[in-house]
Design a protein around this ligand. Structure first.
Ligand code: FES
Length: 523
């Protein structure tokens, strides 16, 4: 609907430009090269007034704050990113009328989503935030933006699922608890930003378009043989034919736990992406599961590494007859082989009892991580150990527990893989350090306060923030399952230490030393 601006054509021709305020909008009217234009006066970059801009040839307006340039006719940003809103005008009886009505919601939605994807390609965080805010203003849930970003960027994931997907369900959950709209939007933007970070500069790695009828056993075989097109085709078939997602998740969970896969990432991603699909809605299932299948196909089988090779034999020897009671301290300090053997001696226990013992030992390791290893500059590559080597024991345990509750026959694999974490990390702890200060007296309050701090975490790299949120949700979930778990106090203290100890985020000297060492030996 056209609105009178109160500005005559002759007045505008004389003055060149004029700002009018109508319907809550600031509209800039310009006369340039014999034509009249109406655009939003607030620059779409940071909101400074375009009325202070400089006109150039070809009806181009430059915003002088950061030199973005706009085509006045289309609003397109010729330099810069977001387009500026243009308004249709009519001259009636010498007076300028402008159509200031909002664009149809669907048009706004498309513009915001297109802009979001473009912004993601440049990892342009401010614009991503603006586009999600635009989408919300048009009446859509920010979850639409996340689902769209996942689909649009999916082919740029060379190895499939990343921690961006892995933490997305938790960011959505945190958004659902946000005390304000601003905090909610912050949490919604985080996984989109993380995806943009992970796909920056990546070329396209298209997924196979083939579709074959669902067969859970065939999926397992395809993943096992690293046949990505075959595995993708089966998942496409499952979704096309309406196979219950629970059944698909179960098959993927079985594949994830069939190896000590990717240092636990395969199980973590399988569990967390199933949560993501259930939170975002079924239309997100295809891109999310395609990426997951790719990551499972590509996942390293770490039990093939020399230090973990006893895993296969121990799993084969698992007879569910070992009756030795188990507690956390039984596993603390054990080597990998000893931890596997000790777990075998308790194979006949209720899995939950052995799980608690192993999780307790993993918590003790996290609480006693010797951060000297994190700071070392003259260590071997094999000893590049950081907090995340410890945190994955908890997030893996949480994921594996959920998978095993649906598929109890996988408990031996999950428990022995947890033993691998415990044994592997025992070489990087310092039992003598004083950890009393990290005691947590009120777990619920501690978790709530740490979660509240995540809205404005101030951490540049999304990989760090995403581990914090995943750890907190995993802890909360584990405590909800067994509030008086024997490891609760140790795990809370360990979490407190992990979250509140500065982390070294760049190892320039170590990197250079290890590179020089390798090149000196190998050329
Ligand atoms: S505010 Fe206009 S270019 Fe930055």
């Amino acid at each position: 609907m056209f609105t009178a601006t109160g500005v005559s054509e002759s007045e505008l021709q004389k003055k060149g430009r004029k700002v009018v305020r109508r319907a809550g909008k600031q509209v800039l009217l310009l006369a340039a090269e014999g034509k009249i234009f109406a655009i939003a006066n607030r620059c779409p970059h940071e909101g400074y007034p375009l009325s202070e801009g400089t006109e150039g040839p070809g009806c181009v307006l430059t915003c002088n704050w950061h030199n973005w340039k706009f085509d006045l006719a289309s609003g397109q940003a010729l330099v810069g990113r977001d387009p500026v809103r243009t308004y249709a005008i009519e001259v009636r009886g010498g007076e300028i009328f402008a159509d200031l009505s909002d664009l149809p919601a669907e048009v706004q939605r498309k513009r915001a989503l297109d802009g979001l994807v473009e912004a993601a390609r440049y990892n342009d965080a401010p614009r991503m935030a603006r586009e999600v805010a635009r989408l919300e203003r048009a009446g859509f849930d920010a979850g639409v933006a996340l689902a769209h970003a996942i689909a649009a960027l999916n082919e740029r994931l060379e190895f499939g699922t990343t921690h961006a997907h892995g933490a997305a369900a938790d960011w959505l959950a945190l958004a659902g608890r946000a005390p304000s709209d601003g905090e909610r939007l912050t949490a919604m933007i985080e996984p989109i930003s993380h995806l943009a970070w992970d796909t920056l500069g990546a070329r396209r790695y298209p997924y196979s378009e083939e579709t074959t009828p669902w067969d859970a056993t065939a999926l397992q075989a395809a993943i096992e043989s690293e046949n990505e097109p075959g595995a993708i085709a089966l998942v496409r078939g499952a979704l096309r034919d309406g196979v219950p997602r629970r059944e698909i998740y179960a098959a993927l969970g079985r594949a994830a736990l069939s190896h000590y896969a990717d240092f636990g990432h395969s199980a973590i991603y399988t569990f967390k992406t199933s949560q993501l699909v259930e939170r975002l809605g079924p239309e997100s299932a295809l891109p999310v599961l395609l990426a997951l299948v790719r990551s499972l196909v590509n996942g390293t089988r770490e039990e093939r590494l020399p230090e973990f090779r006893a895993y296969d034999a121990t799993l084969a020897a698992w007879d569910a007859k070992g009756g030795l009671p188990a507690q956390a301290h039984d596993f603390v300090g054990l080597s990998i082989d000893a931890a596997l053997d000790r777990a075998l001696q308790s194979s006949g226990l209720n899995p939950r009892e052995l799980y608690d013992a192993l999780l307790g030992a993993a918590a003790w390791n996290l609480l006693h991580f010797d951060t000297g290893f994190d700071r070392d500059t003259d260590n071997q590559i094999a000893d590049n150990v950081s907090w995340l080597d410890f945190t994955h024991a908890l997030t893996f345990a949480n994921a594996a527990r959920h998978i095993c509750e649906a598929l109890p026959d996988l408990w031996p694999s999950a428990l022995l893989q947890l033993a691998l974490f415990v044994g592997r990390n025992k070489g990087y702890v310092n039992a003598q350090q004083d950890v009393v200060a990290f005691h947590v007296s009120d777990a619920k309050r501690f978790i709530a306060e740490e979660m509240a701090g995540l809205y404005d975490h101030g951490i540049v790299e999304p990989i760090i923030a995403c581990h914090r949120i995943k750890m907190l949700f995993a802890l909360e979930d584990e405590l909800a399952a067994v509030p008086d778990a024997p490891w609760a106090a140790t795990m809370c203290a360990a979490m407190n230490r992990y979250l509140n100890t500065p982390q070294k985020r760049h190892h320039g000297l170590r990197l250079a030393a290890q590179a020089r060492d390798f090149i000196a030996r190998e050329g």
